[in-house]
Design a protein around this ligand. Structure first.
Ligand SMILES: *Cc1c(COP(=O)(O)O)cnc(C)c1O
Length: 348
């Protein structure tokens, strides 16, 4: 990938004159079945530009409550777009057309008009869950019947493609805007491509420029993304297999409750039970032995990717097992304390 980047033919991306960026856009638009696209530095910028292009200030956008757009973009939705977030409590990150209908508001003297629905494929905070394509199509069709626009955050769309065996086009059919990230499982250092119609993308381009996302010799970065498309999609299956391996190993350990019996893609969530070890302490003990895992509010989160092999997974499981093995009495919740109705220790 580094070699491909160093050899990239480049030009002025702001002027649409970088041949490698143009080739990347045409390739991604083709894969997603959309007219055209724009190259952006990050997925976060794709999301915020999509919302601001679809929605006016004071109009509302519906999304799942744990979505990246809602929780993990430093409030960019409010800070930049002026749109009103309306959240749906989904299941595994998905929601139904029926829920969408219930949250939709046509707008009145009092209520914001709902103009956009955003879905995430796969669902990051739900544990890499994959929307069934039929459900995606139902939500899109329902949104259209209500006169709404549709957006797909496809940060890990190719993980969903590999997990489901269905093409990217099928996943994002019915979605007016959709983007894919190259800096996640696809393993490039940088870059995302947002796609849609010519008309939508020309309005989005103004926001790309306003936010400072119009670039110069970005072909070097686009070459890394093209390399990823050619070489790193099929291998995502290895990441998924490694996530299953990790999950299966975790299920056999004491004090661990995994979120899903079978992870659908490359994300594993788990929690500790029977111990009140706080996340900072647990993570520090793991890190002291060389294992880095995240904690994201709803649980511990481990993500597999190209640099992680099955050997690493076994090492990780051994490290976790050894930390759990060394829990001493003060780390454990004594059953009698939890059954007397006393306040949890952490609240005292
Ligand atoms: C990572 C991620 C983003 C943001 O992408 P960046 O390239 O890190 O800005 C958006 N949505 C989801 C679901 C993500 O996982």
């Amino acid at each position: 990938m580094r070699l491909a980047m160093s050899r990239a033919e480049v030009g002025d991306e702001q002027k649409g004159a970088d041949p490698t960026v143009s080739r990347l856009i045409a390739t991604v638009a083709g894969l997603l079945g959309k007219e055209t696209g724009i190259f952006l530095p990050s997925g976060t910028m794709c999301n915020v530009i999509s919302v601001v292009t679809h929605c006016g200030r004071g109009e509302s956008v519906i999304m799942e409550t744990q979505s990246h757009l809602m929780r993990s973009e430093a409030g960019g939705l409010s800070a930049i777009t002026g749109a009103v977030p309306e959240v749906i409590e989904g299941e595994d990150g998905h929601f139904t057309a029926e829920q969408l209908t219930r949250h939709f508001q046509p707008g009145s003297r009092y209520t914001p008009r709902t103009v956009l629905v955003a879905v995430e494929q796969s669902c990051n905070m739900a544990g890499g869950t994959v929307w069934p394509t039929a459900k995606l199509a139902q939500v899109a069709a329902c949104a259209k019947s209500l006169g709404m626009n549709t957006h797909m955050d496809g940060a890990r769309l190719f993980n969903a493609v590999v997990a489901s065996g269905e093409s990217a086009k099928v996943h994002c059919q019915g979605y007016d805007s959709v983007w894919v990230d190259f800096s996640k499982g696809l393993g490039a250092p940088f870059g995302a491509v947002l796609c849609g119609t010519e008309e939508f993308m020309s309005r989005a381009w103004a926001w790309k420029h306003r936010l400072g996302g119009a670039m110069r010799q970005a072909g070097m970065m686009a070459a890394g993304c093209l390399y990823a498309l050619e070489n790193n999609i099929e291998r995502l299956e290895i990441d998924h297999a490694n996530a299953r391996l990790l999950n299966d190993g975790l299920k056999r350990l004491p004090f661990i409750k995994v979120k899903h019996d079978h992870p659908e893609s490359n994300i594993v969530f788990f929690n500790l039970v029977g111990t009140d070890l706080i996340p900072e302490t647990f993570l520090k003990r793991l890190l002291d032995r060389g294992l880095k895992i995240g904690f994201v509010g709803t649980g511990y989160r481990a993500v597999t990717y190209a640099d992680i092999t099955a050997v690493h997974i076994n090492d990780a499981l051994q490290i976790i097992a050894s930390v759990l093995d060394e829990l001493d009495e003060k780390d454990l919740i004594i059953p009698s304390q939890t059954t007397t109705g006393a306040a949890p220790r952490s609240c005292r």
